[in-house]
Design a protein around this ligand. Structure first.
Ligand code: ADP
Ligand code: MG
Length: 630
């Protein structure tokens, strides 16, 4: 396993020169920026003393008309121009979005571009642009409070973010004028905030992150100062928003209110629900009240009722926790620390239930909605070179297997999921046809055996290598995933040394829900996959054999075979072709065996003849010349 020392970007820094660096938690609901000052990391506040920056942007005719808290407060006035939860879209295609629940939240512009755009009064906006607007505000806040330009930042991303989502996040930061030292996984940042990386002994850490609209559980392993993400699980449609929604349903039921399509009413109900929920962190009772169409509705919510509403949701998160443990092959008792992350873990019953589940006290000392930004700030400080002696090490894993399409639509895995990154793996492939001088490479991501069940990441071609007999060319394909989790694929044909490379660029990515489904599918479909793979392999084999046979027979069938021998082979060939069209792997296999056996004579005669030919085709002179070059 390659260990990675992260001190590169700041190595040349003079000791007295302190570089301004910040950590940014770019959240679905809320974002924060933090920095290290006099050795301690802290979040940066706005003029009103607020650290939390709602990830909400409102657009008007002239561009951004409100952002952050202001935009969220005004959301009910202008719901269609107010973009929130844009992180759910980043790195996704229109197709991805259409298939997800996020489609309900955004009005997408119809275009033929692969990058989806949200309709706003300021024109169509991509998720990257909206994220960049949020990042610009955080940059401004940091530079104002630090009194100088930022040298660089660490931006956090969910551990399950795939290549395109990471790349898109980086692009958003670039667009905001930020220099990104590195992307760091959110759970890793949280663990660093607690200083768990500086523990004497090795440990296993569970990071429980219940935010506004997502739940993530990550199991990290810390070994000799190295972090590894052992597993991640979660639910991309579960968070504080669901608590709010549950409160609204309760309230609407109490008063028999019909909400319908009224977006403004929906917003005010949700705003009130959130306020009530926050109150119940410290109180035993709260008043839920709204004014609507000159009428006033009010109910008192007891802590008891609130707990019963939240209980169901927490139970769902615990199911994911079990899944993550199983995937990491660990028991609850193997977990040494449980870190609580996300604003929703402020809810006392959440803490209590998680604590009971893991049978230990959970870590809540650092503000759960600030902890990720704090960890990111500590990382940024190291990367800026402000702590030259730091030996902080960091490892993450790639969330899904990466591979290449081979003949017949099969996937050859090159880097299995959960491999620690950075990583480089190479594999050799060969050509399928005689005289082939080019090869198309198709990079895919996913857990299934067939390409059509995986996600296509990119295609490129390797051209102009020396033609050779099928199976003789040696094409080495190299997959490299860097520390940010970004993939580069290169290929080289070893004989002619032709080289080609592709960086997997953001077009769109996987839905995180899709990642879960893909992982689950690979388990439930394992048997089916084996059968599908067998069938596909047999088909490829049949195709290959028929092609080779046809090529040979067109050259010299009449020379080596009697008419009846030839007919026998052609019959067997036809049998292979026909069974190749069926879904019966066994039948194809039998047909191939039959063809092989009737062709034996032919193959033998050709071979003998070809040995003879090489010997007789050249005279002694040419052999001697070759042996003794003058
Ligand atoms: P994200 O990581 O999704 O951007 P956060 O970690 O900031 O979001 O969590 C936001 C959620 O936390 C919201 O649903 C918010 O209502 C909830 N939250 C914040 N403070 C409290 C509190 N005191 N009690 C209950 N929920 C809270
Ligand atoms: Mg978060």
């Amino acid at each position: 396993m390659a260990l990675l020392q992260i001190s590169e970007p700041g190595e040349a820094t003079a000791p007295h020169q302190h570089r301004l660096a910040a950590g940014i938690d770019l959240g679905t609901t809320n974002s924060l920026v933090a920095t290290v000052r006099s050795g301690a990391a802290a979040v940066l506040e706005d003029e009103e003393g607020e650290a939390i920056f709602p990830s909400v942007v409102r657009y008007g005719n002239d561009g951004v008309s409100a952002i952050g808290r202001q935009a969220r407060e005004q959301a009910a006035e202008d719901p269609y121009n107010t973009i929130s939860s844009v992180k759910r879209l980043i790195g996704l295609s229109a197709e991805d979005i259409a298939a997800s629940s996020a489609s309900m939240m955004f009005q997408l512009v119809e275009t033929d571009s692969t990058v989806p755009r949200i309709r706003t009064d300021a024109g169509p906006k991509t998720a990257i642009e909206v994220s960049a607007d949020i990042l610009k505000s955080l940059k401004a806040r940091a530079e104002q409070s630090l009194g100088g330009e930022l040298g660089g930042v660490v931006v956090t991303v969910p551990a399950y973010f795939d290549d395109t989502q990471r790349q898109a996040t980086k692009d958003a930061a670039k667009l905001a004028g930020l220099n990104v030292y590195r992307l760091v996984n959110e759970p890793t940042a949280a663990a660093i905030a607690y200083g768990l990386d500086r523990q004497e002994t090795d440990s296993t850490i569970a990071v429980y992150d219940l935010g506004g609209g997502t739940f993530d559980i990550s199991i990290l392993k810390l070994e000799r100062g190295v972090f590894e993400v052992l597993s991640t699980a979660g639910d991309t449609a579960l968070g504080g928003d669901d608590i709010d929604q549950a409160l609204v349903s309760w309230f609407v039921g109490e008063h028999d209110i019909t909400v319908g399509e009224d977006a403004a009413l929906q917003r005010s109900l949700l705003d009130q629900a959130r306020a009530v929920k926050h109150q119940l962190t410290d109180a035993n009772e709260a008043q839920f009240q709204i004014e609507y169409q000159d009428k006033s509705y009010c109910s008192s919510l007891s802590l008891e009722t609130f707990r019963s509403l939240v209980h169901v949701l927490v139970d769902r998160t615990l199911k994911s926790c079990r899944g993550a443990l199983r995937q990491a092959k660990l028991k609850k008792t193997d977990i040494d620390n449980v870190v609580m992350v996300g604003g929703s873990t402020r809810v006392p019953i959440v803490r209590q239930m998680v604590s009971e589940f893991f049978d230990q006290d959970v870590l809540t000392d650092i503000n759960p909605d600030e902890v990720v930004a704090v960890g990111a700030a500590l990382q940024a400080d190291v990367l800026a070179g402000n702590k030259p002696d730091s030996d902080m090490l960091l490892l993450d894993v790639n969330p899904l297997s990466l591979g290449i399409e081979t003949h017949g639509g099969l996937v050859e895995q090159i880097i299995p999921r959960n491999t620690t990154i950075p990583v480089a793996r190479a594999q050799e492939f060969t050509t399928f046809k005689d005289g082939q001088t080019a090869m198309a490479l198709h990079v895919v991501q996913g857990e299934r055996d067939l390409v059509r069940d995986c996600r296509s990441l990119g295609r490129f071609e390797l051209r102009g290598f020396v033609p050779a007999v099928a199976g003789q060319a040696r094409i080495q394909v190299m997959f490299q995933v860097d520390a940010d989790g970004l993939l580069t694929v290169s290929a080289i044909e070893k004989i002619s040394e032709v080289h080609a490379e592709v960086q997997i660029k953001p077009s769109y990515g996987l839905l995180d829900a899709e990642i879960e489904t893909m992982i689950r599918d690979s388990m439930t479909h394992a048997e089916q996959d084996v059968a599908a793979r067998m069938l596909q392999e047999q088909r490829v084999e049949a195709e290959r054999t028929v092609a080779a046979l046809d090529a040979a027979m067109s050259r010299d069938a009449d020379e080596f075979l009697t008419a009846s021998e030839k007919q026998k082979i052609l019959d067997a060939r036809e049998y292979v072709v026909q069974s190749g069209k069926s879904d019966d792997a066994e039948a194809i296999k039998n047909a191939l065996r039959e063809l092989e056996s009737v062709s034996e004579v032919y193959v033998a005669r050709r071979m003998n003849a070809s040995v003879g030919e090489t010997m007789t085709g050249k005279n002694i002179d040419s052999y001697q010349k070759q042996d003794n070059p003058s």
